[in-house]
Design a protein around this ligand. Structure first.
Ligand SMILES: *Cc1c(COP(=O)(O)O)cnc(C)c1O
Length: 397
């Protein structure tokens, strides 16, 4: 059993704040500050460039990949970290397309995160006008997996509503049609159990600054199924994905396995912070995290619906269909969220009217949920949000 009191104690959470936004940016692991300081002073400071070998910096992208792999059903040696999620989306889709040269269509859905769609749009433009990004409603995806679709690119958990796509069924359907899959796990990794190998997923990508708590700017990760890893050609063919980077060959030859998805110099400071976060994940079992997450979201929904009649549930009611977040709709949701933040409950807002709350069992418990709903109920009942200072739109919502 995961000891959630122990994991909670390992985060540095500001007093008087209930943090329901770990789905956007996880909080600071207590050990991260000292770990990074030590890396900077003892490794960077003292070892200088020899740190790449002596301190094992060069192995961090795969070492961290393996630790993330445990949470997403990926075997050791199939996940590598680096770059940002948007870049990894591009890389995965480009590699998948190259494996299906006879087809020109990428299928995705309108619930997907815009950056994923933008990246594919940009990729397809550079490939030529015969390529097409086909975007359909989330519930219509299965019906649109036709035999001209090269790649099915989906985000498993919808960033706004928390609705979960059925990875196993859709991947099977895609394979029956000769289509490769790219799954974005941005709101899955550390949120719900994922079984990439059990689902036969081809490619998967995700970020580490949301549920995994790696910190702002933490690297992304990419998974390539073992049977494809030596065939998939990385479109972003940087020197550190080369078979022998330090031979400085003029010709690109991809390295073996998932390491070919490395691009350039890894962000070691950021990866050091992520390693402190992964120490906490090493104490957790995803099945325990999922069970507690469902308890927390069920409690939140029941209490909000009992006390805030003006808020409309925007997430699936069935917990099996829902990730680790709950969204409510309210026309003045932006102002409500600003008022909530001013009163110590941090969630976020997604246009046009979604108030989003993330539930992260590593450091959120039932008491936090109850207190958060009490504050939300006060804000709604007394129309606390209806004040000019809560209407001002900030750059990041
Ligand atoms: C958060 C998120 C991103 C963000 O991409 P970055 O390159 O890390 O900024 C992309 N896609 C999805 C589905 C996300 O949830």
């Amino acid at each position: 059993m995961t000891d959630f009191a122990a994991t909670k104690a390992m985060f540095d959470l500001p007093k008087g704040v209930i943090y329901l936004d770990g789905n956007s940016l996880g909080p600071l692991p207590r050990a991260a500050g000292a770990r990074v300081k030590d890396m900077m002073e003892q490794e960077w400071g003292q070892m200088l460039i020899t740190g790449w070998n002596k301190a094992g910096w060069m192995g961090l992208p795969t070492g961290l990949g393996d630790r993330i792999g445990r949470l997403i059903g990926a075997a050791p040696g199939t996940v590598v970290t680096g770059d940002t999620l948007s870049i990894k989306v591009y890389q995965a889709v480009a590699s998948a397309l190259e494996l299906r040269p006879d087809r020109k269509v990428v299928l995705s859905d309108s619930g997907n995160f815009p950056s994923d769609l933008y990246m594919v749009d940009g990729l397809l433009r550079s490939l030529g006008s015969d390529y097409e990004l086909r975007v359909v409603a989330p519930e219509d995806v299965a019906a649109h997996i036709t035999d001209d679709v090269a790649v099915l690119m989906l985000t498993e958990v919808d960033y706004r509503s928390g609705r979960i796509h059925d990875m196993k069924t859709l991947t099977e359907l895609a394979h029956t049609n000769g289509t490769l899959t790219v799954w974005d796990l941005a709101h899955s990794a550390g949120a719900i159990p994922v079984d990439l190998s059990g689902c036969n997923a081809d490619f998967a990508v995700g970020c580490t600054y949301k549920y995994l708590n790696g910190g702002p700017g933490a690297p992304a990760f990419i998974y390539v199924a073992p049977h494809l890893a030596d065939r998939a050609r990385p479109a972003l063919s940087g020197w550190l994905g080369h078979e022998t980077p330090f031979a400085f060959d003029l010709e690109y030859r991809p390295g073996g396995g998932v390491e070919r998805m490395r691009v350039g110099t890894p962000p070691i400071i950021q990866m050091t912070a992520l390693s402190a976060a992964m120490d906490i994940w090493d104490m957790a079992e995803m099945s325990d995290v999922r069970a507690k997450s469902i308890d927390l979201t069920e409690l939140f929904i029941a209490r909000v619906e009992a006390t805030c009649p003006d808020l409309q549930l925007a997430s699936p009611r069935d917990p099996a269909q829902r990730g680790s977040q709950v969204s409510f709709r309210f026309a003045e949701g932006y102002a409500v969220m600003q008022a909530l933040i001013a009163h110590g409950v941090i969630g976020d807002f997604r246009a046009p009217e979604i108030m989003r709350f993330g539930f992260t069992p590593l450091y959120i418990d039932a008491q936090d949920v109850e207190r958060a709903v009490d504050i939300l109920a006060d804000v709604m009942r007394d129309r606390v949000w209806d004040a000019p200072e809560y209407m001002v739109r900030q750059r990041v919502t």
